[in-house]
Design a protein around this ligand. Structure first.
Ligand SMILES: Nc1ncnc2c1ncn2[C@@H]1O[C@H](COP(=O)(O)OP(=O)(O)O)[C@@H](O)[C@H]1O
Ligand SMILES: [Mg+2]
Length: 259
C-alpha cells in the first residue's frame, strides 16, 4: 500500500466487554482494492473487530476509519458475510440476493438486472429459484456473498466465511473468492483462524495474539493477485504458514496455561 488514505483503517482500536479487554490497541490498514486477512485463535477478538468495523458494536477507544472518516454505525458502504448462513429460509436464492436492493427501493427492473449479474458472478443462475434448505453449504455461502456484493459495498467484511464448510468445498470457495475479487475489485477484509487460508487469499496478513487481541505481526504475502492454488506448493508459502502457526502456537500455549 502506498501513502494514500486507506479505504478502511483501525487505529489503536480497544474494546472492553464489561471489565474484560477483548481488543487492545489494534492497528490495521486495508488499501482500496486490497484483500487483507486477520488471523488469530478462537476468542482473540476477530468477530469483535469485524463487528466494530461494520458499525454494529461500539468501540471503547481508538478509531475505525473509512476513507479517513470515523465509522459511526452500519452503512451500505460495508457488506457483511458471516460464518454460517444468515439467509432468509422463506426466500429463494434470487429473493435473498435482492433483499438489500429492495430495502433501497430500486426499480424492479434494475433489481432484477443487478441480481442476475451477481448470480452470474457467483455461478448461481441454475439455483436462482431454490430455497436455502435445498442448497449445499457452499451454495448457501455463495448466496450470502452474492447478497453482500449486490448492494455494491465499498468494503466486504467476511467473518470466517468458509469455516463451516468441508475442506474440499472450502478450497473451491477460496479460489472462487479470489476470482470474484479480481472481477469486482472490491476491497475485502477477511478474518479467519485458518492460517493457510489467510496466506493463500490475502495480500497482507495481520496476526492477532490471544485475548486481548493485539497485532503481533504484519506479513506481506508476495504471491500477487493472479495466484492459484499452485502457490500452496511453493516453499515461500510453506515458510509463511509455518511461521504464522508458530506465532499462534505460542499464544495458544500461554492461553491454555492460564486456563
Ligand atoms: N457481547 C459480548 N459480551 C461479552 N463478551 C464478549 C462479547 N462478544 C465477544 N466477547 C468476548 O470477547 C472475546 C473475543 O470474542 P470474538 O470477537 O468472538 O473472538 P473470535 O471471533 O476471534 O473467536 C471473547 O473472549 C468473547 O468471549
Ligand atoms: Mg469469531
Amino acid at each position: 500500500m502506498n501513502g494514500a488514505v486507506p479505504k478502511l483503517e483501525a487505529v489503536g482500536l480497544v474494546k472492553d466487554f464489561g471489565g474484560v479487554r477483548a481488543l487492545d490497541g489494534v492497528d490495521i490498514r486495508v488499501g482500496n482494492g486490497e484483500l487483507i486477512a486477520v488471523v488469530g485463535a478462537s476468542g482473540c477478538g476477530k468477530s469483535t473487530l469485524l463487528a466494530i468495523a461494520a458499525g454494529l458494536v461500539p468501540l471503547t477507544a481508538g478509531a475505525v476509519l473509512l476513507d479517513g472518516h470515523p465509522v459511526a454505525g452500519p452503512g451500505p458502504d460495508r457488506g457483511l458475510v458471516f460464518q454460517s448462513s444468515t439467509l432468509y429460509p422463506w426466500r429463494t436464492v434470487r429473493e435473498n440476493v435482492a433483499f438489500g436492493l429492495e430495502l433501497r427501493h430500486l426499480r424492479k427492473a434494475e433489481i432484477r438486472e443487478r441480481v442476475d449479474g451477481y448470480l452470474e458472478v457467483m455461478r448461481l443462475q441454475r439455483f436462482a429459484d431454490h430455497l436455502p434448505n435445498q442448497l449445499s453449504g457452499g451454495m448457501k455461502q455463495r448466496t450470502a456473498i452474492a447478497r453482500a456484493l449486490a448492494t455494491e459495498p465499498e468494503v466486504l467484511l467476511m467473518d470466517e466465511p468458509f469455516g463451516s464448510l468441508d475442506a474440499q468445498t472450502r478450497s473451491v470457495m477460496q479460489e472462487f473468492l479470489l476470482d470474484v475479487w479480481r472481477e469486482t475489485g472490491t476491497t475485502i477484509l477477511i478474518v479467519t483462524h485458518d492460517v493457510e487460508e489467510s496466506v493463500f487469499l490475502s495480500e497482507r496478513v495481520y496476526v492477532l495474539s490471544s485475548r486481548p487481541g493485539r497485532v503481533v505481526e504484519e506479513i506481506d504475502v508476495p504471491f500477487g493477485r493472479d495466484r492459484t492454488r499452485e502457490v500452496l506448493r511453493h516453499p515461500t508459502c510453506h515458510d509463511l504458514v509455518a511461521h504464522v502457526r508458530d506465532r499462534l502456537h505460542v499464544w495458544a500455549e500461554a492461553a491454555l496455561a492460564e486456563a
